[in-house]
Write a protein that binds this ligand. Structure first.
Ligand SMILES: [Zn+2]
Ligand SMILES: [Zn+2]
Length: 422
């Protein structure tokens, strides 16, 4: 008899929601990794960059499918892209480290090359234009962040990280840069334009040019894969291989950070819909999570340190004296996710979701916390959607309520997310 696999009841319920994204189209026919894709906002057009060195512009055809109107070959694999709707400038990062700039024609049937930036010496992992400041920001596997003037093409400054740089975000008002790396660090940098005259060209040290080091944001335990800046709320959102999204309240200036746990594998991509304040995360679990950021959440508690269980007072295994005195074997230490107390396994056997702390799945809680959680309502503060492919990149067009997911299967899916963005 064939084995039957039944998903756990709790997990299945999560996908039973009236707020379902609807699959509009699939872009197929690429035989290599698609590294990034964007929707041209407000238009039926999508741009992709791939390991097969192509930059493709896909247009919606009357046949009912997206079809490439442009297929341009780069000198090396195309690894990252940024498109600016206002100026129609397209920036393509490559495996070689170079970034090339194109102009996308209004009819989207042509892209014309305008300049190259010799930005990196290894694969470009993320590229971003600040239209307001006319700065091009990029990161790469040469462990560098680079800042270029998007008019002159000159390099204005750089920062050297300890690991591959994987993601970048920019606060164009405060002129603050966030650089994520493979080691799980997020480095906060500031652009000091007063230093522009004196230090351009002066390299040496970790930062150079007009870049100043501010601080590190510590929280993730795995490679940072995505960073997004919310300029209205002054929040930085980071997604990591540690399966966690962290919402950093930068504007609040109190060091507050909220953890969002809703994925069961590495997070590879996040994007943000600012008008409805929906944060969207996707990952290798093939799931897209829509986090309602209008809801207020609580920080997770600090984990307590104790030599004995803070409920039954039995000793933990390193507490040799108490073990001898009480003639007991030492126990493993666990922590209640709700109150943070150090407890033994027996005193923390229940599991419960705590959406108000970002725990959308059941997590370990102590008996008293469990009783409290059971007695109160804990509605989910997120919408879960099965994208049915392991996600490597995403983009959202809030104006037309569309989401794009790029899969490891080389397929790009376009979703209508009106139901979620109501
Ligand atoms: Zn105990
Ligand atoms: Zn507790």
């Amino acid at each position: 008899m064939a084995a039957e696999i039944k998903p756990g009841p709790g997990l299945n319920d999560r996908f039973n929601t009236p707020k379902k994204p609807v699959l509009l189209s699939k872009l197929e026919g690429v035989n290599d990794d698609v590294n990034a894709a964007v929707i041209i906002p407000g238009e039926d057009a999508i741009i992709t960059v791939c390991d097969d060195r192509t930059v493709r512009v896909w247009l919606w055809r009357e046949s009912g499918q997206y079809w490439p109107s442009v297929c341009h070959y780069m000198p090396s694999a195309a690894s990252a892209l940024h498109f600016c709707k206002q100026s129609r400038r397209l920036f393509v990062g490559q495996e070689s480290g170079q970034i090339s700039e194109f102009l996308v024609a209004e009819d989207r049937n042509r892209i014309s090359h305008s300049k190259d930036y010799q930005a990196h010496t290894a694969r470009v992992t993320s590229v971003l234009l600040s239209d307001r400041c006319q700065w091009l920001l990029s990161v790469g596997r040469d462990k560098m962040f680079k800042l270029h003037c998007a008019q002159s093409g000159l390099c204005l400054g750089s920062f050297v990280s300890e690991a591959w740089c994987t993601a970048v975000a920019f606060d164009s008002l405060a002129k603050v840069i966030f650089v994520g790396d493979y080691g799980g660090q997020i480095t906060m940098l500031k652009i000091d334009e007063a230093a522009a005259q004196s230090s351009i060209g002066n390299s040496g040290g970790v930062v150079s040019g007009i870049i100043r080091y501010v601080t590190n944001l510590k929280g993730h335990t795995g490679s940072i894969r995505a960073l997004t800046w919310d300029s209205n709320g002054q929040f930085l959102y980071s997604g990591s291989f540690d399966q966690q999204v962290i919402a950093w309240d930068i504007g609040g200036q109190c060091g507050t950070a909220y953890e969002l746990n809703g994925h069961q594998n590495k997070i590879t991509s996040i994007c943000y819909a600012p008008s409805r304040r929906i944060l969207i995360s996707g990952g290798e679990d093939s799931v897209v999570v829509f986090w309602d950021m209008r809801e207020s959440r609580l920080e997770t508690p600090q984990w307590a340190d104790s030599d004995t269980c803070q409920r039954c007072e039995r000793p933990f295994f390193w507490n040799l004296r108490a073990m001898m005195d009480q003639r007991q074997l030492g126990l493993r230490q666990h922590h209640c996710r709700s109150c943070g107390r150090a407890v033994c396994d027996r005193c923390s056997s229940p599991r419960h979701a705590i959406p108000s702390m970002g725990f959308e799945f059941d997590v370990r809680v102590c008996e008293p916390c469990y009783a409290q959680l059971k007695a109160s309502e804990n509605p989910s503060l997120a919408v879960f959607h099965e994208a049915k492919h392991s996600i490597v990149a995403m983009d959202v067009d809030e104006s037309r309520k569309r989401l794009l997911t790029v899969g490891q299967d080389h397929i790009v899916k376009l979703w209508d997310i009106s139901a979620v963005l109501q």
